[in-house]
Design a protein around this ligand. Structure first.
Ligand code: BMA
Length: 326
């Protein structure tokens, strides 16, 4: 029995047993990168992207930068979570109000099933980076909602259920550029439009997470707390290095950190993580979980060029976080 709570079984979760050693409870898929940079006709790169179980397979929202270097998000579909068909054209959102902000660009989507629909949340270009939000029920029609927070902000991630009586969101206030700082902040809303009761969750700490941090996939509910995967950035003499690890947040007050790992789980080490348009980036945006076994498959962007996949179990990651806490 896994410690995972409120997540249904996912028997067809993509999976491969661990081959070889290593101290991290996560291991890489031998077929990485699972999504190459050129899967769509006009793609320059396909990376920081989100997938969810959908019907008898999987669907997703993919960050595709095109050969004009426009950043946008596209729908993809897959039977097994490994072989993907991604649409050539970006998602066209139907605005739920005529004067909703336009997007100069869209990137780094997350997708979460919440109550009766899939919410999509992304970094939206509106006089600089801010959080964009929308929803779909079928991955055919997409509706854009009000932006939950003011510019500048990145890394918006919704919790998969209300906390108390409110919807809950993590984000990372930032600046208009390649922000040299960044903490994770919690906000609540009664209606998905008006957000407040902001609470500080975590600041950067040492080592791989010393410059800035940002939430990754939607938090995973466990009996031990919310399991949050998050990226952290180190400023090296050769630029930013993006690694990721995990923390446990209180179930009822998620701004309270129960434990947070000192070591990273994954850092750029394979060639496809170290070499690309932006070298040395591993950036998680989605985690599939089998509620029965606790098995995990995390999709992460590699070097801002391709998408990778790692496997593990929720139970082993939670043990790792507790045993290696800051
Ligand atoms: C961040 C975001 C990510 C990107 C990362 C590394 O600021 O723009 O999309 O993966 O930088 O370039």
């Amino acid at each position: 029995m896994s410690i995972v709570k409120n997540i249904p079984p996912l028997a067809n979760l993509p999976w491969e047993e661990r081959q070889g050693g290593g101290s991290s409870p996560l291991w890489r898929y031998s077929g990485n990168p699972v999504i190459p940079r050129n899967l769509t006709t006009h793609a320059n790169s396909i990376f920081n992207s989100a997938v969810v179980p959908f019907k008898d397979g999987f669907a997703g929202v993919f960050r595709c930068d095109d050969t004009s270097r426009r950043m946008n998000i596209h729908v993809g579909r897959s039977k097994d979570g490994l072989q993907w068909v991604i649409e050539d054209e970006p998602i066209r959102f139907i605005k739920t109000a005529p004067d909703l902000p336009d997007s100069e660009y869209k990137y780094d989507p997350r997708v979460v099933w919440l109550e009766d629909r899939f919410y999509i949340i992304w970094c939206n270009g509106y006089y600089g980076p801010c959080i964009g939000m929308g929803w779909t029920k079928d991955f055919e029609q997409f509706y854009q909602l009000e932006s939950p927070l003011m510019p500048f902000n990145r890394n918006g991630v919704l919790f998969p259920r209300k906390i108390g009586s409110n919807y809950a969101l993590l984000s990372r206030p930032s600046d208009s550029g390649h922000t040299p700082f960044g903490d994770i902040v919690y906000s609540e809303s009664p209606d998905m439009t008006y957000w407040g009761r902001h609470r500080h969750v975590m600041a950067p700490a040492g080592g791989w997470q010393s410059t800035k941090i940002g939430a990754g996939p939607a938090p995973i509910e466990t009996t031990e707390g919310w399991l949050l995967f998050y990226h952290g950035v180190l400023t090296s003499c050769n630029g930013f290095v993006y690694a990721f690890s995990a923390a446990l947040l209180d179930l009822d007050k998620p701004w309270q950190v129960i434990a947070r790992a000192r070591p990273y789980l994954i850092s750029p080490q394979e060639l496809y993580e170290c070499v690309g348009d932006v070298p040395n980036v591993t950036f998680p945006c989605a985690a599939l979980v089998d509620g029965q076994t606790g098995r995990l498959a995390i999709y992460y962007g590699c070097a801002d060029s391709v998408t990778g996949l790692v496997f593990g179990t929720v139970d082993a990651v939670v043990d790792f976080v507790k045993q290696n806490a800051l």
